[in-house]
Design a binder for this molecule. Structure first.
Ligand code: CMC
Length: 425
């Protein structure tokens, strides 16, 4: 075993620690006994240099712009596989056979309904309630409908718990959205696949599927289903990001898995994380015209101004975000089919063009991230911006629940309880 020695230059005392070798990525110094050995804490706000767990789910190489789920490249998963296949992969470790996929798909369709009692919860929310608030509350409420102890030795039991939440999240999100408009809910349709079902629950008129309108036109185009399915895949997991860290933190206290997910939803809402997709479009609308872009770029660079370009920068990706690259490709592909050539898109293109060639952004390695492109595509899918982050939630739920299971099965897991550098009275 390779080791690393830490020397305290005040006392001359040395402490030796094992270096753990990952299958990919940086080596990790195992400092678990550091406090017991030295009486000192380590200081790392934002966990920029801390591996908080061991994981086999997702791998990111931030320098190369590489993202893999269970070892498979995101580019292949996004272009050759459906979101449901990706869910199965994350949860089970390998892609499904045809039969496994059929059974999984069927189960996800069957579990999409919400208990009637839960419908009443939505009525308590005001008109115009942000769907993220309703969604988080709805998922917490689900914990009370399925308040069973999850036995991690019983694979069927924990998979059922995971399938249920993946299946119900789109229904809760669509109901939250319709509640915010004050219009009746559309129940899930067992004849529809995961993504089409969600779009239908969002868009359909009361009472029916409405896949064909009165003029015989498709209400939901195949290309829209494919685009949204890809967006779900790109959001499915992202190793130890802020909301997943919250999910694991809540898991560490022994709380119900759906409460952990509800906490992840709350963490995702902020605009430094999943809320950025809504903020990107709000910011493009605020900028208003291509002529104003230069002024806003100046503001983003001004250290005295807290204005930041939404959809730019990432803690881990320092060359490009592979998810953003895939979405940019999808955006170009969809341009003609979905009427993407709007004023908003012109502003977005101008921002991208200037920022990618500007010393400030180059020096700090700030590139467009997934949220920069997803907003423009979701707008073209006629999805209102308040639903962008709920869509991130739908995609990410499989990642959260898979990470929850991994955390629970890991014998090294402990309650999340960091210490502090106290500087008060
Ligand atoms: N616009 C202008 N300057 C920026 C931006 C930005 N979007 N992002 C970072 N910077 C600057 C920052 O001011 C700092 O400059 P300096 O070194 O002079 O003080 C430097 O770049 C490093 O920034 P940081 O805040 O220390 O970096 P971080 O790793 O802590 O934060 C981030 C990462 C994503 C929170 C941040 O880049 C940001 O706020 N971006 C905008 C919000 C956004 O798009 N979030 C979505 C992230 S991707 C989706 C997801 O996975 O959640």
């Amino acid at each position: 075993m390779n080791t690393m020695t830490f020397t305290n230059n005040m006392t001359g005392a040395s402490y030796e620690y094992n270096i753990l070798a990952p299958t990919r990525g940086p080596m990790v110094v195992d400092i678990r006994t550091f406090f017991a050995d030295s009486g000192m804490f380590t200081y790392d706000p934002g966990f920029t240099a801390t591996a908080a767990c061991e994981s086999t789910i997702t791998f990111i190489d931030g320098k190369k712009g590489e993202l893999r789920y269970r070892g498979l490249a995101i580019e292949d998963l996004a272009s050759k596989h459906s979101y449901l296949e990706v869910c199965y992969l994350l949860l089970n470790g390998s892609l499904p056979t045809k039969e496994e996929l059929t059974n999984f798909d069927l189960e996800i369709r069957h579990r999409a309904y919400l208990h009637r009692g839960l419908h009443k919860l939505f009525d308590a929310f005001p008109d115009n309630a942000h769907p993220m608030a309703t969604l988080s509350a709805g998922v917490t409420a689900l914990a009370s409908f399925y308040d069973e102890h999850i036995n991690l030795d019983n694979e069927d039991a924990y998979l059922e718990m995971a399938h249920r939440i993946v299946s119900k999240i789109p229904t809760v999100a669509a109901f939250a959205y319709r509640q915010s408009l004050g219009i009746p809910f559309i129940e899930p349709d067992i004849d529809l696949g995961f993504t089409e079902n969600f779009l239908t629950m969002m868009r359909a008129y009361p009472g029916g599927k409405m896949r064909i309108n009165a003029n015989g036109k498709e209400l939901i185009k195949e290309v829209e289903i494919r685009a949204l399915d890809t967006i779900f895949t790109l959001h499915a997991d992202h190793e130890q990001n802020a909301s997943t860290t919250v999910v694991r933190g809540v898991a560490s206290t022994g709380a119900h898995p759906y409460v952990a997910i509800s906490s992840g939803i709350a963490a995702l809402w902020g605009r430094a994380h999943g809320g950025a997709n809504e903020s990107v479009i709000a910011q493009l609308e605020y900028i208003g015209s291509v002529d104003n872009v230069e002024d806003f770029i100046k503001r983003a660079k001004d250290p005295e101004d807290d204005f930041r370009l939404m959809g730019f920068g990432h803690r881990v990706y320092k060359n490009f975000d592979p998810r953003a690259k895939i979405l940019k490709g999808l955006q170009d592909e969809l341009k003609s089919e979905l009427n993407l050539d709007t004023e908003l898109m012109k502003i977005a293109n101008k921002i991208e063009e200037i920022a990618l060639n500007d010393e400030y952004f180059i020096k700090r390695k700030l590139y467009p991230n997934i949220d920069f492109y997803s907003g423009v595509i979701l707008t073209a899918l006629k999805i209102p911006k308040e639903m962008f982050t709920p869509i991130f939630v739908i995609g990410r739920t499989i990642g959260w629940i898979t990470q929850w299971i991994e955390f629970k099965k890991d014998k090294a897991s402990k309650i999340a309880r960091p210490r502090q550098l106290y500087t008060g009275e």
